[in-house]
Design a binder for this molecule. Structure first.
Ligand SMILES: *Cc1c(COP(=O)(O)O)cnc(C)c1O
Length: 379
């Protein structure tokens, strides 16, 4: 018997070894200049990120959640406003409208791609407009698991109803749709640099992108307590939403290898597809797109199968994760904010979805071990 390869769900130490020299040099420079808040690395990162995704403006902020909040504050979204978002996503997408006093309206997702379902989105907007209690204001399209949402369809619906579009790209920075990287498919795009995201820092961080220079300036002001052109002029109610200089330095070192990492993730996804498509439902691809492969999620027959397979994989040394065990409208915190609408696809996915390890330092022998273990588990 040969030694079983170690299978990790995420391996930040291996990544650190690859970028160590550049990383340490960048951190040393910050330690030397001591401009820990909005130091030169932050502006350098903003320029590099904008160039990477082709966006006109980038504003680096303290987290993906704060990016969403600043984007919505810039639109003046609050009480009486309806914000439409997918029911199958991370909690932050629904949390921010509620923090601002607005009402999240949960929309079902596509059963093949797991992205927000444009037909259901249009129906939900019509229903809210007809009821007349809330004012439809914004759509947050989430690019789930690394793949893009259907932005042309979302944009068409938004323009019909005069709604602002926010792209929650926390999981999918680096992905593209119709040949253009995410970052300019919505009025404003937000992303996260949480350590486990495809482009992750060593702590919390985020960024926002827009083509509109006025919106960018407003977001910049909101990021620093609503300040004006001089430091102690306060123009509006803002927040402390800045990215640390040290995080910007880390992200610059990671951005240098990000293209290679995206390619490595795509190779692993292709290997999983080829080895597993005859035994489980592998992820459907959004047409004419590339994925950042934050998450590689398979579907099993039902909840009992998932439980059995996850336990068998664990016993075989293969870590897995469940994104997400509940749709958002089923969460205790959000269920009272939801009308009685059944969202059958999101509810079903939550019962039988399972994420396999995928990261740039997962080697071929580990990928093969995952595939072999999964084939045994479902046999
Ligand atoms: C991670 C994530 C966020 C929040 O990002 P943080 O940086 O952790 O605040 C928001 N939306 C989605 C879809 C996410 O996956």
């Amino acid at each position: 018997m040969t030694d079983r390869p170690t299978v990790t769900f995420l391996d930040l130490k291996a990544q650190q070894r690859r970028i160590e020299a550049d990383l340490r040099a960048r951190l040393e420079r910050v330690l030397a200049h001591c401009q820990f808040v909005l130091g030169p690395e932050v502006a350098e990162l903003e320029a590099s990120l904008a160039a990477f995704c082709g966006a006109a403006h980038c504003v680096a902020v303290s987290s993906g959640t704060d990016a969403l909040q600043i984007a919505m504050m810039a639109e003046g979204i609050g009480r009486g406003d309806a914000v439409f978002l997918p029911a199958f996503t991370y909690t932050a997408t629904a949390e921010v409208p509620l923090v601002l006093g607005a009402t999240p309206v949960f929309v079902d997702v596509d059963p093949a791609t797991f992205q927000i379902d444009p037909a259901h989105l249009a129906a939900r907007i019509d229903a809210v407009a007809r009821a007349g209690r809330l004012r439809p204001r914004a759509i947050i399209g989430v690019d789930l698991f690394g793949q893009p949402a259907d932005w042309p369809a979302i944009a068409a619906i938004a323009s019909r109803h005069g709604l602002v579009t926010i792209d929650d790209c926390a999981q999918s920075f680096g992905a593209s749709l119709h040949g253009a990287r995410l970052g300019r498919h919505a009025d404003v795009t937000t992303t996260s640099f949480f350590p486990s995201k495809p482009l992750g820092g060593y702590g919390d961080g985020g960024a926002m992108f827009t083509e509109d220079s006025d919106r960018a300036a407003l977001c910049r002001s909101l990021r620093t307590h609503g300040e004006g052109t001089t430091r102690y002029e306060v123009l509006r109610t803002g927040m402390n939403g800045r990215l640390d200089t040290l995080q910007a330095a880390v992200l610059l070192a990671k951005l240098a290898v990000f293209e290679d990492e995206l390619a490595a993730r795509a190779r692993i996804a292709a290997a999983y597809d080829a080895a597993l498509r005859d035994v489980v439902t592998v992820p459907a691809r959004v047409p004419d797109s590339t994925s950042a492969w934050a998450i590689y999620a398979i579907l099993l027959r039902d909840g009992a199968t998932r439980e059995r397979v996850q336990a068998a994989l664990r016993a075989d040394g293969v870590p897995t994760a469940i994104y997400y065990p509940r749709a958002l409208h089923q969460q205790p915190a959000y269920r009272d904010h939801h009308d009685a609408t059944v969202l059958p696809v999101a509810e079903d996915l939550a019962t039988r979805i399972l994420a396999l390890p995928i990261h740039p330092d997962l080697h071929d022998d580990a990928v093969a071990a995952v595939c072999a273990a999964l084939r045994r588990a479902v046999a």
